[in-house]
Design a protein around this ligand. Sequence first.
Ligand code: GAL
Length: 807
Amino acid sequence: MMKLGRYFITSMVCGIFLVACSAQRDNQIRKLRFDDNWCFHYGDMPVSVVFHSDTVQWKAVDIPHDWSIEMPFVKSEGGIAVGQTQGGTGWYRKIFKISETEPSERKLLYFEGVYMESEIWLNGKKVFYHPYGYTSFYCDITELCNPSGQENVLAVKVKNEGENSRWYSGSGIYRHVWLVTTGRLHLHEWGVFVTTEIFSGNRAKVNVAVDVSNQSDKNTDAVLHVTIRNDKGEVVGEDTSTCTLNEDRTETVYHSILVDKPQLWSMDTPVLYTADIKLLSDGIYKDVLSIPFGIRSISFSAKEGFLLNGVPVKLKGGCVHHDNGLLGAVAIDRAEERKVELLKANGFNAVRCAHNPPSEKFLDACDRLGLLVIDEAFDQWQKPKNKNDYHRFFNEWSEIDLASMILRDRNHPSVIMWSIGNEIQERSDSVGVEIAQKLKSIVKKYDATRPVTAAINDYWDNPTLKWEASFNAFAPLDVCGYNYMWWEYENDSKSYPERIIYGSETTAMERAVNWDLVEKYPNIIGDFIWTAIDYLGESGIGHAINVNKGSKNPPQFLDWPWFNAWCGDIDICGYRKPQTALRDILWGNKKIAMLVHLPIPEGQEERVSYWGWPDEESSWNWEGNEGKEMNVKVYSRYSSVRLYLNDMLLGEKSIVGEGLDKYSAQFKVKYIPGILKAVGVDAGVEREECILITSGIPVEIDVKADRSILQDTKNDLSYVRIELVDKEGNIVSDQDCKVELSISGKGRILSAGNACPTDMESFRSLSPMTYKGRALAILQPKGGKGCMRLTVKTEKYGKKTITINVE
Ligand code: GAL
């Protein structure tokens, strides 16, 4: 490979800092991480002060950064919707120098996500404005960048003001920033589109469309060389083309490359190929890109449902918001990857990104680990859901934002559908239908290979309309998302036999009826629970609380001290919640599972919200309730189940055959500590069993890291589970205690806490409580190889130290 020249970036902020690198013109050098050496000031100030005053108190921060999660939880303007966190306005600043022996002619900043209304300023002048908080954007700084060797002052104003979100958004530059440099003749990462066709006879055709831009003032001849590499790095196909580019023009150059015996991408075999694209002119490399992709086919029809590589797949889906629990919105690579690992480990094969495009790393992880994705653009169009939300920008910006999502994400094999909106108010009127058609045509302009979908809800937001009006909302869509409307699936399938349906949002308690319909009909292709993982904000939407008998129902959302939604299958620390018991049965992960309802105090009754789950636990620890009757629920697809307590048969019951309680049987059992055992019975023969054991008293804390070796980068994290255990090592879920955390060596505690939806202690506290016997600490390398040592101390249960190496 030829060298384009040595290239140096010097960066200085909050003191003196220098980064220098030199390399050939490859992906690493055309795109440099720009996350380090930023500082931050909370509050607005005049631009002149940002650029010229030494009196401003700047605080050094790492990007990705979310100021809302750093501040204490208080009763805030956003309130329940944003989990009692604070927004406001903030300024970021970074001082850097660019010096090059051969100057690069084009310089861009690439922001993956800034929440929201960001203004980019360079050397005192405004360069860019980007209102949407969830789409990525490039900002060309070529003209305003000072010549090599001179200092540049970059400032970013971020405004998260007023009621602009229905969930926790976070505030600030919460995803990565990059510096991209190219020559006047160049490629564009979003200008490459790789599509694949699979032929019988074990062959595939890989089509690579490449946009080449000539921003110079003369016509130029260019050569494009495209190489396809497999997952071992071996070249499996290539193609070369030539083109003449007129001055100031962008042309698309098409390549088709045959690949023999392709390894198809699927959830079980998430094999990735890479397209290396090299641009040359006059025999010199001008630009290089490497784009990962998968070879796979998708098809959707009412007759056959969803086919991946010709094989029917039912979508075992979950919706997720973008936050990372205790980290807030901060999109650290490992946190994004872990979310995907958790989903996979819990049986999901698909995720719906509610209600906005996720981070790039999230999609990378879905590609690599094999998780299908519905990528979603908007939660509102022209009509508001909150007075300060995106509707203010929709007319001017929606085309740009939708294009940003498609162009950025269309090479990800995991993405199978584009969603243009969630529960859009104007979905069924003529304006809404026209908008949907326009959005669809924008999607198809950039990617005609994937269907367009949206999540359509009942008309609780416009009671003058009946469900029949949904015909208009569904008409522009290729695949129809139903939010909480399973009872219309069969009718609608009869009325519109071509309709492809999935549950874009469903609840945990209605899961059995939903999944039955998915299993029964080919045109009903999947089910996405609201939500797969708990999220911050929409406080208490998934509550189950006790109230005095006869009292009014609590409101849908719960006020202070609730701060998290609590409707997820997995809690914000990554632990499975009891509601997963039924899903395990439905999806065949387990044959039998069992939960026990918490005793309800005398004079009270339980109220479970529509998104909630009764207050059940997978536990037989009920100290203080000896002799009291407990409600035990066994979940199974066996026709009946037997229940034993300490080896004594308590009875056999048939599994309920229909309705919301389908696949369960209920028992009343007087509590005696010991072993509760449920056994599935098939034709009178006992098959599989499930047991709950009363744990002993807590004797110590157990501390387990998901990673004991970390890379020396702030993008790697170790999630350390802290659990109260008995002498056998069983978690004691009915006891809690405070844990004192301290760390030494090459790491820091980035965050710590528990999954309790009402424990509002800051996630930066170094002495969190356990909740149901468990807490979590998230550790981050702070620079340099070596090791870090986390010590966890308790008053009653001793202390433990764990060592994590940084390599
Ligand atoms: C739905 C909405 C979701 C979430 C959910 C639970 O109607 O689409 O974003 O708000 O309700 O509150």
